[in-house]
Design a protein around this ligand. Structure first.
Ligand code: NDP
Length: 327
């Protein structure tokens, strides 16, 4: 038997609760993992509360990422005792996820836990941090260099935003943080932000083109914020879009793209090919100051993940939430 958060949806409604489950209930897979840590990402918040259509199969164990030790494996790349890491691939959405003491997964989804990180550190980074790294790699791929100018990071005090600031500043970029939590300016500056802007300047309808400022952007907010960021991006600047914290809409015009040659790059972590995710995790071992993870993350036990989900969606949680599933 093992403990897990189980989400059920039936005539009695949508609910998430801690349950004791039999290992025989685990879904099919060629690797069984003794999970040590998972996290509460934005998507897990939507899954646990039912506020977004994340879960597409019931009952479901949420948790889109996990770290653990292989218990049994018939996959050629993994054997009992290996430390492994998982992000995405529909885990916690259509396949039972990491907010449990056991998981059975496809070995093709797993990557080795980088030796430089403890399980706790890897989950302090989690899917949010790995997505932040994918955004930075996308900026680099489009040729954005530190000497090109300022990079704006929205949703700055959240999970993706916090790690994006830490990585960009370590790489020498000048980072401007956009946040609703201007009272947390010291936190954002400690991560490496040079300037803090209130998000209220970005979340209302704006002009098709505004004064050119950003060489690059990491946007987790979507909606008017993403439109306004595109409108104020410099000639041939690059905007990476990975989130929808304010909405899925994109009320923009084509002006920044056709008049300023701005590039809008979509970033997805879930189905990202394995070589790129391994590269992103390798980059995190060198381009993120692990000393900053302590300020970024809070650790909780499995039962606390349920109330934490609602708090995260309400914007009450700073940085990342790591779940010790055995606590
Ligand atoms: P968090 O909840 O940790 O952070 C989101 C941040 O967005 C908040 O902290 C807040 O930042 C800001 N925010 C929230 N609501 C609003 C609003 N109404 N208007 C403006 N800003 C707002 O989430 P994550 O960092 O984990 O994820 C951020 C987004 O990225 C989510 O939409 C998530 O689904 C998406 N995501 C996408 C991935 C992908 O593969 N494409 C992978 C991971 C995440 P502040 O307090 O600083 O204002």
């Amino acid at each position: 038997m093992f403990k897990a958060i189980l989400i059920e949806k039936d005539d009695n409604g949508y609910r998430a609760a801690i349950q004791e489950l039999d290992e025989a209930m685990l879904p099919a897979g060629d690797v069984t993992v003794l999970v040590s840590h998972s996290t509460v990402n934005y998507k897990d918040g939507l899954a646990i509360t039912g506020k977004g259509p994340v879960v597409r199969k019931f009952p479901m164990v949420p948790g889109i990422d996990l770290v653990g030790i292989v218990d049994e494996s018939s996959h050629p790349d993994f054997k009992a005792g290996d430390s492994v890491l998982l992000n995405g691939w529909g885990v916690g959405e259509v396949h039972w996820g990491g907010l449990a003491q056991r998981a059975r997964l496809k070995g093709d989804w797993l990557i080795p836990l980088p030796a430089q990180f403890t399980a706790q550190q890897a989950m302090s980074i989690g899917t949010a941090g790995y997505t932040a790294m994918l955004c930075v790699m996308a900026l680099e791929k489009q040729g954005v260099k530190p000497s090109d100018g300022e990079i704006v990071v929205t949703g700055a005090a959240g999970g993706v935003g916090s790690v994006a600031i830490a990585v960009l500043s370590k790489l020498g970029y000048q980072v401007v943080a956009v946040t609703g939590r201007t009272a947390d300016a010291d936190y954002l500056k400690s991560l490496g932000a040079m300037e803090i802007l209130d998000r209220s300047q970005f979340n209302a309808p704006g002009k098709p083109l505004a004064k050119e400022r950003w060489a690059g952007a990491v946007d987790v907010v979507g909606s008017h914020t993403l439109a306004n960021i595109c409108a104020s991006t410099k000639y041939r600047g690059v905007v990476t879009a990975c989130g929808l914290a304010a909405g899925m809409d994109f009320p923009a015009t084509v002006a920044p793209f056709i008049l300023r040659g701005v590039t809008l790059v979509g970033v997805d972590s879930v189905m990202c090919p394995r070589p790129e995710r391994i590269q992103a995790w390798r980059r995190l071992t060198t381009d993120l100051d692990v000393g900053k993870l302590e300020a970024i993350s809070t650790e909780i036990g499995l039962a606390q993940a349920i109330p934490m989900a609602a708090r995260l969606l309400n914007g009450e949680v700073r940085g990342r939430v790591v779940v010790d599933v055995n606590q």
